[in-house]
Structure formats: C-alpha cells, structure tokens
Design a protein around this ligand. Structure first.
Ligand SMILES: [Zn+2]
Length: 374
C-alpha cells in the first residue's frame, strides 16, 4: 500500500475540516504541506501560532527574542506565571507541541534579522506579529526580495488593521512610505487583551485561506477594524509607482535607520540629556529613603488612589501650583506608571533650577524588580 497522506489519528483530528464543504481533505493536505514563519509571539502571535498548530499547518517556525514578562500575561495566552523570564519562542513551542504533536515546530529565541532569515529555509507564508514599524519594514523588504507572501496586522488602542501582501502587488511601503507619527509602538499605549486576539484570529483565518488554496479576503486589501464599535471596512491597496517594490532588484541595507527599532517607554538613550535625569529602579530603591530626597508621584488622583509606592502626590497638571512649595535644597525623584510623564516632570523641574530625577521605566519597572527579588 502506498504511504497515505494522513495517519488515522490525523484523519480523526481534522474531521471538521475534512467534512466542511468548500474545504475538505485536499485543502487539509495543503495545510499539512505548508511551512509558515511566525515572527513575534506576543498578543497577535499567540493566537496565530495556536490556531495554525491546531489547524494542522505541517511546519511552523517561531521567532521571538523576548522573554515572558508579568505584563504580558493579561493577553498572551500561551504563557503562565511559571513562564516568566523564559523565552517566549521556546515556551510557545512546548505548549503548541502539547496541542498538536503531529506537526513540526522550530523555535528561534532571537529577534528577526536577515542573518537569521537566511538560516531558516523556505516558507509559503510569513505572518508578521511584531509590534513596531522597524520590524515591519524589514519583513516587507525581505519578503519583496524573496517573493514571499506575508500577512501584516497591527493594533492601536481600540482599532486594528490586517492585510495580505503578495509579490507584484502593493507592498507595506506603498501603504506606509514613512512611520506614522501618531502611532505608539511598543507597549507604551496599553491595550485590552481581546483586541490583539481578534486581529490574530483574523490573521490565522487569512493564513488558512491562503495556504489551503482558497481566496484570501485580504489579498491586496487592508481591513480596518474598530473594535469598540465593531465596525469594519476594507480598502483596496494601490501600488505606489515610486515605491521600491516597483524596482525589479531589491537590495536591503541592514544598517538602514528604517530598521532600527527604538522603543520609547520612559527609558532614555545613554548620553541623551534625559539620561542624566533617569534613575534605574535599583538606584531609586537606594536613593528614595535618603535624607534630603523627596519622592513625588506625578500620576493622576485616580491612579494614585488605586495603587502607589509612597512619596508625595503632585499630579503633573498641578505643576505650576506645586512649584512654590518645593524645597530647592532637596533632590526630587519623580515617578509615574512607565517613566514618561515623570521624565517630563523632572525635565521641567530641572529647567526651573531644581535637582530632579525620574524613575526610569516607572512603577512597572520598579514592581518587576521587586517581584524578581522576592
Ligand atoms: Zn511598495
């Protein structure tokens, strides 16, 4: 007897796909032969990787250089409190192998780069589950060069976007020639956990359509989803004649500033004027009890009521009234949630001649440090 495409166990596992009209065993066989690269295993990547593994995509390659953090657990459902500080890609590989041991899953615990991509082999699809424009430009240019189809998704507050980019059609740079100024990258903006989950499931749905040979609804289209009103619209993408994707030979300069990922979460680049005002959590813990030091919480009344770590309360909007009551002999150390507002407060104080500092990374960094020690 010739070797069958499916084992009995697989035939049973994928019954609901196999008996679905318009899908069937041939589409399932295409999924089994597919190789997919998932870049990023956060709020988007967790549902994407889980649904592709469950659906029986034969080979998944997972790439993420980050480790699990306590602030991820509100939305990144492949991880638990026991996984903190472990590499996301490795934990995801373990969990997804438990979900479906019949597929091959590779994990790479480093950020996506051209040198990593050159070692990974060939793929039918790349799914972008990153959270920043630098990574998306690199993925776009890599996929253009390799003629690789990719799925983009992003989340901003209560809205999300998703598109499928194919060689020869409009590319991500046609849509975003430059990084939009109003969009907050990284984790600075805050997000309800279900928002990236919804976009991740849309990506997984499109990936399954594309890989199984059906028409992907978002091919050369951008879906814009308003998650708070549950309104959505699709716009057709038009290639920009001046875009680099119209050029037949795509070269990638890995040093291009386009690919440099800068995350402003209240941490300052060393040597910058604000770096001089920044105090690491360890230094804050030492300094805050010293004589001649005043600790100031610059957050709102509401935030203060819910949780604080001591010190006086001077909300940033009361800065002008507070100025006259501050002792110029003291060092004033400010804190907020992520270090952004406290740095602005410390900069203002500094301009008024005060000796001021800001807790770098804010309460979040402080709490992470204390839980690590505990
Ligand atoms: Zn383009």
């Amino acid at each position: 007897m010739n070797k069958l495409t499916f084992t009995a166990q697989e035939w049973l596992r994928y019954t609901r796909h196999i008996q679905l009209k318009g899908f069937g065993a041939s589409a399932q066989a295409k999924l089994k032969r597919s190789r997919v690269l998932v870049v990023g295993l956060g709020g988007l990547g967790c549902p994407v990787a889980a649904y592709l593994a469950a659906a029986g995509v034969g080979h998944l390659t997972l790439v993420d250089g980050d480790t699990v953090d306590a602030t991820n657990l509100q939305r990144q459902i492949l991880y638990t409190g026991r996984d903190i500080d472990e590499y996301k890609a490795e934990i995801a590989r373990e969990k997804l192998t438990q979900l479906n041991a019949d597929i091959v899953i590779d994990a790479h615990c480093s950020h996506f780069s051209l040198s990593l991509a050159s070692q990974l082999g060939e793929f039918d699809l790349l799914v972008d589950c990153t959270d920043n424009f630098a990574s998306r430009y690199l993925i776009n240019d890599f996929c253009l060069r390799e003629n690789l189809t990719w799925l983009y998704a992003s989340v901003n507050h209560f809205s999300g976007q998703c598109a499928l980019f194919e060689a020869g059609e409009a590319c991500f740079r046609c849509l975003f020639p430059e990084t939009p100024q109003h969009i907050e990258d990284c984790n600075a903006a805050g997000v309800i956990g279900t928002v990236p989950a919804m976009l991740g499931v849309i990506q997984a749905n499109e990936a399954i359509a594309f890989l199984s040979g059906r028409d992907a609804a978002l091919k050369n289209k951008l879906l814009i989803l308003d998650v708070s009103r549950l309104d959505s619209r699709k716009i057709s993408l038009v290639a920009d004649p001046s875009c680099r994707c119209r050029n037949s030979s795509i070269t990638i300069d890995s040093q291009s500033p386009d690919y440099q990922f800068a995350c402003e979460d209240g941490l300052s680049a060393a040597g910058s004027p604000s770096a001089a005002l920044s105090l690491a959590p360890e230094a804050f813990a030492r300094e805050c009890h010293r004589e001649g030091v005043m600790v100031v919480d610059v957050r709102s009344e509401q935030e203060r009521e819910l949780f604080h770590i001591g010190g006086d309360h001077l909300p940033i909007d009361k800065f002008d009234q507070a100025l006259d009551n501050l002792d110029r002999e003291q060092t004033i150390i400010c804190y907020c949630q992520t270090g952004k507002r406290s740095l602005a407060f410390a900069e203002k104080l500094s301009r008024h001649g005060f000796n001021a500092k800001s807790l770098s990374g804010g309460l979040v960094a402080m709490l992470k440090m204390s839980f690590k020690k505990g």
